[in-house]
Design a protein around this ligand. Structure first.
Ligand code: OKP
Ligand code: ZN
Length: 316
């Protein structure tokens, strides 16, 4: 199985996020992806570098001025060796723009699109090791450690070749992906996540959000209370996969977060490492070509084992 990885992500390394009245060390660290790729290198995976895609793929999903904003501010920060905590186009105080932010975010999009292209040309499963993550990036807003929505850009690319379902199993609701496809019926978005009343992104991810216009019925949220176990999660995953099968997609995109893990430092579900294999197996059971896009997951020491466990299930 092919794994797409670019070391350009290393250029984006925010030092801290501003949480309430405090500056705290940033949770979205370069080591996250390094530990996963190093684990997979020791196994039977082919690690390949992405090819560079035209910026038009990004502009089909994001507002043009928003894309320019990230690029220009990042170039300015590079010149001035500064960090910008944006005052507009942003939903929180966790997502600064640094000199390395644009190159890393563009590379993450290329990692996702390279995976999508392989899936479109007949590959059964591909793992795009994107960083920074993407699912909180809306049409014209960044936030939640995300700048460009890698999974949405890949799904939009695949939607030209067939029907696409996105399953978001990150701990957090993918407000960005929901926003981008909210009025579309050719891309189904299904998300399992923590109750937004208590966890980020707080304002979206409720079950009443079902899509609008012709997109009505093509957005499905499963908000869950904190403390969810393997067994409870498995039951909800089964339902979510049922929704996906009923849609009869040609392609499946997984927004994969490992922050559902019991020891994740910022989250609150109780999933265990062996259970990721069950998740992978259940997804594999849908029987549709599947692009896996990395989102969150912050328990750095365990990320390699989680990825290994998940991929064993997915390729079983
Ligand atoms: C991104 B992804 C914790 C507050 C910050 C932001 C969460 C962003 C998650 N100190 N919360 O979905 O994993
Ligand atoms: Zn998350």
């Amino acid at each position: 199985m092919k794994v797409i990885y670019s070391d350009i992500h290393l250029q984006h390394a925010p030092e801290f996020e501003i949480f309430e009245e405090e500056k705290i060390p940033h949770a979205e660290k370069p080591a996250r992806i390094e530990t996963i790729v190093n684990t997979l290198r020791k196994k039977d995976f082919t690690i390949i570098a992405p090819t560079s895609f035209e910026q038009t793929h990004i502009n089909e999903v994001h507002n043009t001025y928003f894309v320019e904003f990230i690029k220009e501010k990042s170039e300015k920060m590079q010149k001035e060796q500064k960090t910008l905590y944006p005052s507009y186009y942003i939903i929180d105080t966790y997502t600064p723009i640094l000199g390395g932010t644009y190159p890393a975010s563009k590379a993450a999009v290329d990692v996702a699109l390279t995976g999508a292209q392989l899936i479109a040309s007949g590959e059964k499963t591909v793992y795009s090791l994107c960083r920074p993550p993407g699912h909180h990036a809306e049409h014209a807003k960044l936030g939640g450690y995300c700048y460009f929505n890698n999974a949405a850009i890949a799904a939009n690319y695949l939607s030209k070749k067939g029907k696409v379902a996105i399953l978001d199993i990150d701990f957090h609701h993918g407000n960005g992906t929901q926003d981008i496809f909210y009025e579309r019926d050719d891309v189904l978005y299904v998300s399992i996540h923590a109750d937004p009343k208590v966890k980020f992104p707080y304002s979206t991810g409720f079950s009443e959000e079902v899509g609008v216009g012709k997109g009505k019925g093509y957005n499905k949220n499963y908000p869950l209370p904190l403390g969810i176990t393997d067994e409870q999660y498995g039951a909800i995953l089964k339902k979510a996969l049922g929704d996906i099968s009923a849609f009869t997609p040609d392609y499946l995109v997984i927004s994969l977060g490992f922050d559902t893990y019991e020891k994740d430092p910022i989250s609150g579900f109780l999933l265990t490492i062996p259970f990721y294999q069950e998740i992978g197996k259940a997804i594999q059971g849908v029987g549709v070509p599947t692009l896996v896009v990395q989102e969150g997951g912050y328990a750095i020491d365990a990320l390699g084992s989680m990825a290994d466990s998940f991929l064993q299930g997915l390729t079983s």
